[in-house]
Design a protein around this ligand. Structure first.
Ligand SMILES: Cc1cc2nc3c(=O)[nH]c(=O)nc-3n(C[C@H](O)[C@H](O)[C@H](O)COP(=O)(O)OP(=O)(O)OC[C@H]3O[C@@H](n4cnc5c(N)ncnc54)[C@H](O)[C@@H]3O)c2cc1C
Length: 533
């Protein structure tokens, strides 16, 4: 054991933003933490790197931070991150997300519900009214949802049983059983609104016809109006860096380029880790894995030590059927959308065609084909945050979904250039100035490259495990193992493969609270009022 790694209370394997959130909260409470990160950089899916050209900062995974703002645990941490450790969020209060269409039609989701509905009413008064009603429903369930989402999961049966008692409740239950495509077709009439909201709802790597997802519309989209959509100044990675500064400020340590090979288990308890270079490091109190469940349980712990249901759970854990692909662009000028200045000024566009185009795209993914006409999300963060690029220049992300493995055996590396051209040509149908002379440099991230960059993004999918009912709530990561603890004493889970799932959520705070409970320090922490001991 290397002397320099001695004396830490808690070891965390991985330094994504959730591990860092967990580490920062524990460090604040006087727990000595050390994090070992495989990559030369920290942040996992909340990372910003200059991968196109010098001075152009691109978010290599997440860019929009939405969920983290409704997380009451993070809310208690954020003021300190902002005041002492350099985090600054930029909110798009006016014009959060633009829906762009090739014929120049445009829709906008503003922070303001009223303003959003005014815009929707220009294409359909009926749909604008329905959109508002859905938001009103969310307001009624919001407090219950927030409590459920940011705590260890409870069985769904209690809320289902309550809903079954009334006709209104039964109708809501029925709606929840719908697929997103069925939902937009039942609730909205206008083809532009249907497509915009459907594509939005599929963001957590789900399929348009996947049933049991109708409640997304009562949560994800209304959520935006209450908590906003934001980017971190300087890049998504600045969230990770501010958390890292906080950990170090309280005496903790983060070691990059230090992959963890094995968890060391003795007498039924997790006691330390073995690094890839053979170094063994022991913790005084606990070990946390921020590494996905397949690597953690199928490669990093001797199988003979594991209960059978954990092994089966890890084998059956599904990464997600809708992997993603990102491309990064350094530009002279920001894109100008055919949909006009108001849509252009949002700096964040969903370009998806119509419902049939979305269905075609997803069907190609299912069949293992390179999407011919991909629906794309495009973000020009430098329009809101000029620190991301040299003066007057811009950074751009074109993000979409694609199969991890191609059916005909083609390697993504061999078609990366063509794929990048296809993404660019698709965006050219929506923007008027994406000409060759506007492009300084580019970098294409295929699903294959995403999974290599961060092995926790299993199969290049981004939600830390499929967000399907069989793998949510009390089934996440495995039935019976949903309380952020592994099958050994002093062994904890953190990351999107646990409730509530993927995204930049700061869910590492839930794990930190569980650890504080076990260490008997929760009561004196700032989180004592939020969490029940
Ligand atoms: C292309 C893409 C775009 C996305 N866009 C968004 C978005 O806009 N908004 C949003 O909310 N979410 C987005 N997401 C999802 C989001 O990035 C992730 O869900 C989130 O970052 C997960 O955070 P985490 O800290 O729990 O895990 P991770 O970020 O996956 O962190 C795990 C860490 O563990 C490290 N690690 C792995 N193995 C080892 C090992 N053996 N030893 C040591 N370290 C190890 C990894 O290198 C990584 O740093 C996106 C994801 C992708 C892939």
């Amino acid at each position: 054991m290397m002397a320099e790694y001695k004396g830490y209370d808690v070891i965390i394997a991985g330094a994504g933003h959730n591990a860092l959130t967990c580490g920062a909260m524990l460090a604040k409470m006087g727990v000595k933490v050390i994090l070992f990160e495989r990559n030369a950089w920290i942040g996992g899916g909340a990372v910003t790197r200059e991968i196109t050209a010098p001075g152009f900062k691109n978010d290599t995974h997440s860019w929009g931070h939405l969920w983290i703002h409704s997380n009451p645990i993070f809310k208690l941490l954020k003021p300190e991150l902002e005041e002492k450790w350099g985090l600054k969020y930029i909110y798009s209060d006016n014009g959060m997300i633009g829906g762009a269409f090739q014929d120049g039609t445009g829709l906008i989701i503003h922070r303001s519900l009223e303003k959003t509905c005014e815009g929707f009413a220009k294409v359909s008064k009926k749909d604008a009214k329905r959109y508002k009603e859905i938001y009103e429903y969310w307001k009624e369930v919001r407090d219950g949802f927030i409590r459920h989402w940011w705590n260890p999961p409870e069985p769904e049966s209690m809320s289902v049983a309550a809903l079954e008692q009334t006709q209104e409740g039964r109708l809501m239950l029925r709606t929840q059983l719908l697929s997103c495509k069925d939902f937009v077709e039942e609730n909205f009439e206008n083809p532009y609104i249907r497509a915009f909201l459907l594509f939005f709802s599929l963001a957590p790597n789900i399929k348009p016809d996947q049933e049991n997802l109708g409640n997304i519309f009562f949560i994800m989209i209304p959520h935006l109006h209450d908590y906003g959509e934001s980017i971190a100044q300087g890049g998504s990675g600045e969230l990770s860096h501010s958390l890292a500064r906080m950990i170090e400020g309280y005496g903790g340590r983060i070691v990059p380029s230090a992959p963890v090979k094995k968890f060391i288990i003795k007498n039924g308890a997790a006691v330390g880790v073995e690094l890839e270079n053979g170094t063994e490091v022991y913790a005084n109190k606990a070990v946390v894995t921020a590494v996905d469940p397949k690597h953690t349980y199928l490669e990093m712990i001797d199988k003979g030590l594991l209960p059978e249901d954990v092994v089966i759970g890890a084998e059956h854990f599904r990464p997600g059927k809708i992997p993603c692909s990102n491309s990064y662009w350094a530009l002279h000028n920001h894109p100008i959308l055919k949909s006009g200045p108001e849509v252009t000024n949002t700096g964040y566009w969903r370009c998806m065609g119509f419902v049939e185009d979305i269905v075609d795209h997803w069907s190609e993914i299912e069949r293992g084909l390179v999407p011919t006409n991909p629906c794309i999300n495009v973000d020009c963060a430098s329009m809101k945050d000029p620190t991301r690029a040299p003066a007057g220049k811009h950074t751009l992300i074109i993000y979409t979904f694609a199969p991890y493995k191609l059916r005909d055996g083609t390697d993504w590396d061999d078609i990366e250039k063509e794929w990048g051209d296809r993404l660019l040509n698709t965006f050219r149908k929506y923007a008027i100035n994406m000409t060759d002379d506007n492009i300084i440099a580019r970098y294409i991230n295929t699903p294959k490259k995403i999974a290599i960059d961060n092995p926790c993004m299993l199969d290049g999918a981004n939600m830390g495990g499929e967000m399907a009912k069989y793998q949510m709530g009390i089934f996440r990561p495995f039935a019976g193992w949903c309380h952020y603890r592994g099958p050994f004493k002093n062994f904890y889970h953190v990351g999107p493969w646990n409730h509530p799932g993927g995204g930049v959520t700061g869910m590492g705070g839930i794990t930190a609270i569980e650890i504080m409970k076990d260490f008997k320090i929760l009561k004196k922490s700032p989180w004592a009022e939020w969490a029940e001991d």
